[in-house]
Design a protein around this ligand. Structure first.
Ligand code: ZN
Length: 252
C-alpha cells in the first residue's frame, strides 16, 4: 500500500508543471484591420502601408502569431501580435497576395457571411475558400453585421439572436469547417448577446476598440467572450507604434 507522502510527490510535481505551463504561455496584442483600398477612410490602408506596418512590428522584435495559437496558449513571451481583418472586403484578396502571403503573416478573417457571394465589394465564395486553403482562418462576425449591444437587444432581440446563431452554419457550408471564434460587429456586445455567443459554442469572442491591451489568455480573470482587440486607424497608428516601441523585447 502506498503511503500518503509517496502520492504527494507526483501530485506536487504535476502541480508545479501546470504552474510552469501557465507561466510559460505568452501574451498577445490582437490588431484589427479592415480594408486595403488606399482611400481616405481612417480604417483603410494601401497594401504598401499595411506591409510596412507589419515589417516594422517584426523589426521591433515582435512575433506575428496565429490568433488560434495565441488563445490556445501555444505562444511564449510578451512580444506577440496577432493580425485579424474584419468584414471580408474584396481588397483583402489583394492584400493577401501582395502582403500577407509573401510575408507569411498568419491572419484570422472575421466574416459576416450574408454578403459573401452577393455583394461585389466583398470577397467571393471562391476567394474565401482559396484563402482558407492558403492558411487563413475564418471566424464569425455576425450574419448581417448588425449591432449586438444591450440597446440593440432591447430593440430587436430576434435580429441579435440571428447574428449569433446563423453565421456558423453558412460558414461551415462554404468552408467545410465550423468557426470557433466570434468577433462582435462594431466591436461591442451586451450581456445577453455575450451569453448567447457562449451558449452557441464559440470558444472565444472578441471586442474591438482603439485601446492597446496585451491579452493573457491564461489569465483566470479574462472573460473568454469579451477579449479586447485594437482597431488600427490612421489616427491611432502613431500611438500604436509608440506603445509597441515602449513594450518591445530587449534587443539581444
Ligand atoms: Zn465589422
Amino acid at each position: 500500500m502506498r503511503s500518503k507522502s509517496s502520492l504527494a510527490f507526483p501530485l506536487l510535481f504535476a502541480a508545479l508543471l501546470s504552474l510552469q505551463n501557465v507561466a510559460a504561455a505568452g501574451k498577445v496584442l490582437i490588431l484589427d484591420y479592415h480594408s486595403f483600398l488606399g482611400t481616405s477612410s481612417s480604417l483603410d490602408w494601401t497594401p504598401e502601408d499595411f506591409g510596412a506596418q507589419l515589417d516594422r512590428m517584426r523589426a521591433l522584435g515582435y512575433k506575428l502569431v496565429p490568433l488560434e495559437d495565441a488563445m490556445s496558449g501555444a505562444i511564449e513571451g510578451n512580444d506577440n501580435i496577432a493580425i485579424t481583418i474584419d468584414d471580408g472586403n474584396h481588397s483583402v484578396w489583394k492584400a493577401a497576395e501582395s502582403v500577407l502571403l509573401p510575408k507569411a503573416v498568419p491572419t484570422e478573417l472575421f466574416i459576416y457571411p450574408a454578403v459573401i457571394g452577393h455583394e461585389s465589394h466583398f470577397l467571393t465564395r471562391e476567394q474565401l475558400v482559396t484563402l482558407v486553403k492558403q492558411g487563413f482562418v475564418v471566424g464569425s462576425h455576425g450574419y448581417h453585421h448588425m449591432p449586438m449591444s444591450a440597446l440593440a437587444w432591447r430593440h430587436d432581440r430576434k435580429t441579435v439572436t440571428m447574428e449569433v446563431t446563423k453565421p456558423a452554419d453558412l460558414l461551415q457550408y462554404i468552408l467545410g469547417s465550423r468557426p470557433t471564434f466570434f468577433a462582435y460587429p462594431y466591436g461591442v456586445v451586451g450581456p445577453e448577446a455575450h451569453d448567447l455567443v457562449h451558449k452557441e459554442g464559440y470558444e472565444w469572442a472578441f471586442l474591438a476598440n482603439e485601446k492597446f491591451v496585451f491579452v493573457d489568455p491564461a489569465d483566470p480573470a479574462l472573460d473568454h467572450w469579451a477579449v479586447p482587440r485594437t482597431i488600427v486607424y490612421h489616427w491611432n497608428k502613431a500611438a500604436l507604434f509608440h506603445f509597441l516601441e515602449k513594450n518591445a523585447p530587449p534587443k539581444s
